[in-house]
Design a protein around this ligand. Structure first.
Ligand code: NAP
Ligand code: GLV
Length: 324
């Protein structure tokens, strides 16, 4: 008998067809609205596999009655939306989609850095709203990227991708991780420093660590106060790693120069959020990996992980390896 699976949002058709060959599929058909929690809870009572997105909070309460659930396949590399410990306690495998989105996300991170440094959205708006009267020496002036110092907090797969791009712009690249990476240091010519030093020296600080209890509020008032007045903060990792209240005040009081944010504590971010009232903030709706090819690859990898687990094999990207 085919296993039963639930998919929490419309996914690319080719991936859906592949899953249908092997499973009885029920899918939340909406493209833009997440599945309501009560619907998901009901579905989880009877399915063998869950294919979900980072918009679903899969916690212990939701898993309580998931009697036959064997695998939760997240179509994302980050998995902080899933209570992995609760899943492990019930012997449920958790999988993610690392690697296939690295370069697209690094592209977006670098694009956001450049857009923020050179005030691209603000300049575009300036022209469209009829404010452009004449070329002027200091009109819409920004910060240089070429030759500047970039500090990467979280030199993982995406961090390395950003560092490679930065080298093309002749940037000095500093990084901070919990563990040093001597191979990456010699291959990419990047320098390990403690977080405080990175914040003091960098013209650009880019956050690329996963969200965890350890990284929650990693960048708060104290850390922001160490940055230069001309420096720019870019967060493409997760909301909640940067304290939004403290960031708002640092930007408003011009303690730092600007910020580029692809992620927020609450998503979608409220249009009344104080950060959105500031002209020196460039905001994006969590589109780091959003290229057509990459999103298709992510959907396929999430499907492969799910099918492997349901077939009784070890999926390629198992998060809770303690289950092995
Ligand atoms: P990764 O390869 O696991 O890299 C994460 C890096 O962060 C590792 O090098 C890790 O090194 C470091 N790290 C972890 N905890 C740390 C801590 N407490 N302090 C300092 N460094 C720490 O992950 P990735 O594939 O690059 O993805 C990174 C994150 O980006 C994901 O978890 C996800 O949240 C986010 N993301 C966002 C988008 C988007 O659309 N905006 C897209 C993809 C990914 P150590 O273990 O040595 O510390
Ligand atoms: C996106 O944010 C991801 O974690 O894949």
């Amino acid at each position: 008998m085919k296993p039963k699976i639930y998919i929490t949002r419309k996914i690319p058709d080719s991936t859906l067809q592949k899953l249908k060959e092997h499973c009885h599929v029920t899918m939340w058909e909406e493209e833009e609205t997440p599945v309501p929690r009560d619907v998901l809870k009901e579905q989880l009572k009877t399915v063998d596999g869950l294919y979900c997105l980072l918009t679903e909070q899969i916690d212990s309460e939701l898993l309580k009655e998931a009697a036959q659930l064997k695998v939760i396949s997240n179509m994302a590399v980050g998995f902080n939306n899933i209570d992995v410990e609760a899943a492990s306690e019930k012997g449920i495998m958790v999988t993610n989609t690392p690697g296939v989105l690295t370069e697209s996300t690094a592209d977006l991170a670098f694009a956001l850095l450049m857009a923020t440094a050179r005030r691209i959205p603000e300049s575009s708006e300036f022209l469209r709203t009829g404010k452009w009267k004449a070329w002027a020496p200091m009109m819409l002036t920004g910060q240089d990227v070429f030759g500047a110092t970039l500090g990467i907090v979280g030199m993982g797969r995406i961090g390395e991708g950003v560092a490679r791009r930065a080298k093309g712009f002749d940037m000095e690249v500093l990084y901070h991780n919990r563990s040093r990476k001597p191979d990456v240091e010699s291959q990419l010519g990047v320098t390990y420093v403690e977080l405080e030093e990175l914040l003091k020296q960098s013209d650009y600080v880019m956050i690329l660590v996963p969200f965890s209890e350890e990284t929650k509020n990693l960048i708060s008032e104290k850390e922001l106060s160490l940055m230069k007045e001309t420096s720019i903060l870019i967060n493409v990792a997760r909301g909640g790693i940067v304290n939004e209240h403290d960031l708002y005040h640092a930007l408003k009081d011009q303690k730092i120069w600007a910020a580029g944010l692809d992620v927020f504590e609450q998503e979608p971010v409220s249009l009344n959020h104080p950060l959105l009232s500031l002209p020196n903030v460039v905001v994006l709706p969590h589109i780091g990996s959003a290229s057509i090819k990459t999103r298709i690859k992510m959907s396929e990898l999430a499907a492969e992980n799910l099918l492997q687990a349901l077939a009784g094999n070890t999926p390629q990207h198992l998060v809770n390896k303690e289950l092995l």
